[in-house]
Write a protein that binds this ligand. Structure first.
Ligand SMILES: N[C@@H](CCC(=O)N[C@@H](CS)C(=O)NCC(=O)O)C(=O)O
Length: 212
């Protein structure tokens, strides 16, 4: 039995879709930031960083960090084939993409959305946001080029969890000046992902109407 603590449109999207695809026995627990749930003592015991997602597994074991949860889940549900096994030819690129997406793209998106977590003052935050816009546009261009050259998925022919993670991050760019979905190969990957029943279910469960 798993429990996934989440809120809509957050970094819980990718772990949630994997749990749904696996048909795992799971309880999805909404942590409403607007109601202060993230900062409640009970939740901070699970995730001292007051963030979602948090996963509880095996009678009370706890982990957080979305990319790590995705990796943990795909290893627990190998039949999904959402990660190349150790020794597989795609393994290195898969690991590269998971790290790049969470360390670099997700970080730039955090600069765009939550400048206040990085620097004080409205003017400084506006500068950080402008810089994040430029960086994100370069990242989407780069990723679109990689997909054009080696796609249609990040690791080529096979769809893996890193593709779910990328599509989640592209959605976070929807309010930026150059959102990722405007890039043709990224858009094609989004279309493929949206055709997945588990992804559609996750969007429905999270109450998300704007898929991209
Ligand atoms: N590195 C963490 C970041 C998680 C994170 O920033 N979650 C956001 C939602 S996407 C959150 O919980 N924000 C609450 C807040 O900042 O108050 C991960 O990938 O799991």
């Amino acid at each position: 039995m798993y429990k996934l603590y989440w809120n809509p449109g957050s970094a819980a999207m990718a772990p949630q879709v994997i749990l749904l695809e696996a048909g795992a026995k799971v309880e999805f627990i909404l942590v409403d930031g607007d109601k202060g749930d993230l900062k409640k003592a009970e939740y901070l015991k699970l995730n001292p960083h007051a963030r979602v997602p948090t996963l509880v597994y095996d009678d009370g074991q706890v982990m957080y960090e979305s990319a790590a949860i995705c990796q943990f889940l795909v290893e627990r549900f190998p039949a999904l084939k959402l990660a190349p096994a150790v020794g597989h030819a795609d393994r290195a690129r898969y690991l590269q993409w998971m790290a790049y997406l969470t360390n670099t793209v997700q970080e730039a998106l955090m600069h765009w959305w939550h400048g206040e977590n990085f620097i004080d003052g409205a003017a400084e935050q506006a500068k950080l946001k402008a810089k994040a816009e430029l960086r994100l546009a370069k990242m989407w261009t780069f990723l679109d080029g990689e997909l054009a050259a080696k796609g249609p998925h990040l690791c080529g022919d096979t769809f893996y969890a890193c593709d779910y993670f990328l599509v989640m991050l592209v959605r976070w760019s929807r309010m930026t000046e150059k959102p990722g979905h405007l890039y043709p190969q990224l858009n094609a990957l989004i279309r493929t992902t949206l055709a997945s029943p588990a992804y559609a279910q996750m969007l429905k469960d999270q109450g998300i109407e704007q898929a991209v």
